[in-house]
Every structure is written in C-alpha cells, then in structure tokens.
Design a protein around this ligand. Structure first.
Ligand code: BG6
Ligand code: MG
Length: 219
C-alpha cells in the first residue's frame, strides 16, 4: 500500500461558491452588455480570476484597456466577497464532512488545490481549515488549471508522487489538470460535463466509504 494524497478543489467541491462567482461575473457582464449564461460559466470554473475576465470579454468581443480590466477584476472580487460575509459551516456541500472525517480517521494526508485567492478565509469561516495538511491556492501558483501545477505542489507537500494522488474536482479545467499530472481524477458533478474524469459522482453523498477505502489500499 503506497502513501496517498487526497487533494480537494474548493469552489463547487467543498462549498457551493461556484454560484457566487457566477453571480458576481454576471453583474459585470450585464454592465458590459455581454450575454453570459450558465453554460458559458462552465468555461470559468477552475479558471483564474484574470483568465475568467478575458474569457467573458472574448465572449462579448469587447476589447478593453488594462486599466479597465483591473477595475473590473477588483469590482468582481468585491461583489464576490459580499456573498462570503455570512458564510459558515452550513455552506459545506452534502457529504463532504463525512469524507473528510473518514480520511482523517484513516490518517490520510489531505490538501486543498484551488485556483482561488480567497481559499483560506473560506476554509476558516466554514471551520474546516484544520482538516488540511497542506493548502495550495491561487496565491501559490503561476500556471492556472488545466496546468497541473497546483496539484503537483500539493502532492509534493504531502510527500506523495502524482501517481498516488487523488483529486476531487467539479471543473473541466481541474479534471484535465489532474489527468495531465497523471493523478486519479474524480469528477464531482454532471457526467456530460466531466466525462474526462476517471470516476464521476453527482455529489459526495453518492460516494461509498468502500470506494475511498479501495483508493487508500490501492497499490
Ligand atoms: C476557482 C473558481 O476555484 O477559483 C473560479 O472555480 C475562480 O471560478 C477562481 O475564478 C479564482 O477565484 P478567486 O476567489 O481568486 O477570484
Ligand atoms: Mg471548482
């Protein structure tokens, strides 16, 4: 049995913040007269803030100065942060706590691998920061998902090779990052969107503990 590393994405995996990112971006898109739908939003999941804005501007064929872009990036984050003010444990997605507890009871290393620069305050507000042996977020990486950098750093910090790392992701970019990094990708969400993942579950309540046990015991 090799030492494993369990790496969790944050937004849309541990907490339902994907909807808040969407609402905050939608406000900017509406101001710019850009049609920005839930389907478009899939392209932004797992993607950095800066790249997300570029994707939205490309959708609307809007060219903008760096000064305008910087202003919108600040505006988006300020809007997003308003949704986090009252955040607490109740925003943790169903089934997540049981998996985190099961992994801890079984002495499994756990890391966060997120593109967000707001990851630490979210883990603190939801009261689960102590579950994580390593936290790698948007402040620690230079290459955004689908580049595997964030997960490679996390696996390294947990003292495990990428082949023994297991990644939980809700985004296409994140699943691709795990696959490119030669890790086991577990998609959390819709099969139609996350079909590149090695395993796919609608949410954590659909994951049996025997499945996790098998991952732990895999040679
Ligand atoms: C990812 C989200 O986790 O973090 C993206 O899926 C988001 O939607 C990215 O753009 C960056 O987050 P933040 O909090 O730094 O703007
Ligand atoms: Mg995500």
């Amino acid at each position: 049995m090799k030492k494993k590393a369990f790496i969790f994405d944050l937004d849309g995996v541990i907490v339902d913040t994907a909807k808040y990112h969407y609402l905050a971006w939608q406000k900017i898109a509406t101001e710019l007269n850009i049609n920005f739908t839930l389907e478009h939003n899939e392209l932004l999941k797992g993607v950095s803030r800066v790249r997300s804005l570029d994707i939205i501007l490309e959708l609307g064929k809007v060219e903008a100065s760096q000064e305008d872009k910087n202003r919108w990036l600040i505006q988006k984050n300020e809007e997003y942060l308003t949704y986090l003010v009252d955040m607490d444990q109740s925003e943790i997605l169903p089934g997540v706590m049981s998996i985190l507890k099961f992994l801890k009871e079984n002495n499994q290393p756990i890391a966060l691998g997120s593109a967000s620069k707001n990851a630490r305050p979210i883990l603190e507000k939801t009261g689960i920061i102590h579950y994580f042996d390593a936290i790698v977020d948007g402040n620690d990486v230079t290459n955004a998902k689908p580049d595997p950098e964030v997960f490679l750093i996390a696996a390294k910090l947990l003292g495990t090779s990428p082949e023994n790392a297991i990644v939980f992701e809700d985004s296409v970019a994140g699943v691709q990052a795990a696959n490119i990094g030669k890790m086991t990708s577990i998609g959390i969400g819709e099969e139609a969107v996350l079909h590149e993942a090695k395993y796919i579950f609608k949410d954590f309540t659909h994951i049996e503990m025997s499945f996790i046990e098998n991952l732990i015991e895999k040679k």
